[in-house]
Design a protein around this ligand. Structure first.
Ligand SMILES: [Zn+2]
Length: 478
């Protein structure tokens, strides 16, 4: 995500107000059974994960999700999820994030009068009704039979879902439905299920790559944009989407009367852009997105996916193959480019966004600033946002703190300000932008479809540069 409050003009006094306001306005902030082939696919996947290049780390979930929208705008979801135990342990439970369950005043400060409604009507493990607990965004499913290493189990969950109005990310705005974090997302297992309480100031959920089949049925025709390849832009009332190696699956259903759309080709990738009629940002958004996407492919590395959807709904958020960007002219550059950069740093190189948000946020902002400066023909102007946000509040010494240990203003000034600026300073003394892009390209190539942490970054960094870099790295990574 990028913090709302464009601040590009660098009006510092304005920033602290925006930081406060952001708390209120940021973002919106009967099933086919996996067949033997699926089971084999899952079981094979876990034998050589983390091994060869280009093989996603920890792809141990096959999602088959059916979405049905009713006339009143509520959804009925049937999720069938094949899960392979890819850990060294035997499992007696499986953990999912069910984020909408935490979108209420009791669990999350952001929600006051507004909330999401989730009600599970059936939950089965391999066809048998199973016990579960649901607390905040943590859904723990009990396994009656222990799941051995390498074994596969199928979990079916049926539930109803009502979106918050003007919610954070998962949101219904009039007749537009933005479905983020709407399905049970398999958590990451690392000596235990790694599930944190929902925290609306960043991305508190951590998911591995998964394979998806998503089908939808709607009571009328809607424009559809999703993490999968949706193809030609047209209003439809049903469809089936498929795709592999997505870190997460987002889908939007939009009122075709409200939006104007455009498409552009950037290399092998089709960019599809949706902007509300009357905002006047469609053309500029399309042109800039195309330039930025091509720049990142050229300087950082090829993006293997064929479609990127861009929705101008002031969501300020990244998802695999789809982003939510600004409708205000003033915010267009800084937000659009940042969210596109996340396709490389967050999606194609993955990290735990709760524990180490800097790995995707600081690198996305750094990359954005390099592109914008180059576009403006100088070395610094793209860093205006980082300079402003760092000046808005004293940053932390260390960047790799978990989300819940940062207070909000410090989080933004450290992750979006200090992070990109300290990298800029480092590269300014070592060949500038060109050297920085070369480094990012090597890093991207080394870690594509893999998960990184600060330690892996440090090792790579030390390896890449001659001489001991520990003094520099230890000054901002603990
Ligand atoms: Zn971001």
């Amino acid at each position: 995500m990028k913090k709302k409050g464009w601040a590009a003009a660098g009006v510092i006094a304005f920033i602290s107000l925006l930081v406060l306001l952001s708390a209120f306005f940021s973002g919106r902030s009967e099933q086919p059974v996996p067949d033997d082939e699926t089971a084999r696919h899952l079981a094979d996947g876990q034998t050589d994960q983390q091994a060869s290049d280009g093989k996603p780390d920890g792809t141990n979930a096959e999602y088959d999700l059916e979405l049905q929208m009713k006339e009143d705008g509520t959804f009925q979801v049937s999720a069938v999820i094949g899960v392979a135990n890819d850990s060294a342990d035997t499992w007696n439970e499986i953990g999912f994030y069910l984020v909408p369950n935490a979108m209420n005043a009791l669990d999350t400060q952001f929600y006051r009068d507004d909330h999401a409604e989730v009600e599970i009507s059936a939950l089965q493990v391999d066809g048998e009704t199973a016990d579960y607990t649901l607390d905040n965004n943590e859904l723990m499913v009990a396994l009656e039979t222990e799941l051995e290493r390498g074994a596969v189990v199928e979990i079916s969950i049926d539930y109803s879902l009502e979106l918050p109005k003007e919610g954070m990310r998962l949101s219904q705005v009039e007749d537009n439905f933005y479905l983020a974090q709407w399905y049970p997302m398999l958590a990451v297992y690392d000596d235990g299920w790694n599930i944190e309480d929902y925290d609306s100031k960043g991305e508190s959920y951590d998911t591995a790559y998964g394979n998806f089949i998503v089908s939808y049925q709607l009571p009328a025709d809607y424009l559809v944009a999703s993490s999968a390849e949706d193809g030609v832009i047209e209003a439809v009332s049903s469809g089936k989407l498929e795709g592999d190696n997505y870190k997460d699956f987002y889908i939007a259903f939009m009122d075709s009367e409200e939006w104007e759309t455009a498409a552009a080709q950037a290399g092998d990738t089709n960019l599809r852009v949706f902007a509300p009629k009357g905002t006047g940002v469609l053309e500029e958004t399309t042109a800039l997105a195309s330039d930025a996407y091509r720049y990142f492919e050229q300087h950082i590395g090829d993006n293997p996916f064929g479609e990127l959807d861009i929705i101008a709904n002031d969501g300020y958020m990244e998802y695999p193959n789809i982003i939510e960007v600004a409708t205000e002219e003033e915010a267009l550059d800084a937000i659009l480019v940042h969210e596109i950069a996340h396709q490389w740093f967050y999606f194609l190189v993955a990290n735990d966004p709760f524990k180490e948000a800097w790995l995707d946020e600081s690198l996305a902002e750094f990359t954005t600033a390099l592109f914008l400066s180059d576009r403006h023909g100088d070395a610094d102007s793209g860093f205006q946002y980082a300079v402003s946000i760092q000046a808005s509040y004293p940053p932390e010494t260390y960047l790799n703190f978990p989300l819940d240990e940062f207070d909000e203003a410090k989080y933004y000034s450290t992750i979006y300000g200090k992070g990109p600026l300290l990298l800029k300073e480092f590269f300014d003394g070592r060949g500038g932008r060109e050297a920085a892009l070369e480094f990012l390209s090597a890093y991207y190539t080394g870690f594509q479809f893999k998960r990184v942490d600060s330690e892996a970054f440090k090792v790579f960094f030390e390896d890449y540069f001659e001489g001991d870099q520990s003094e520099f790295l230890d000054s901002w990574l603990k």
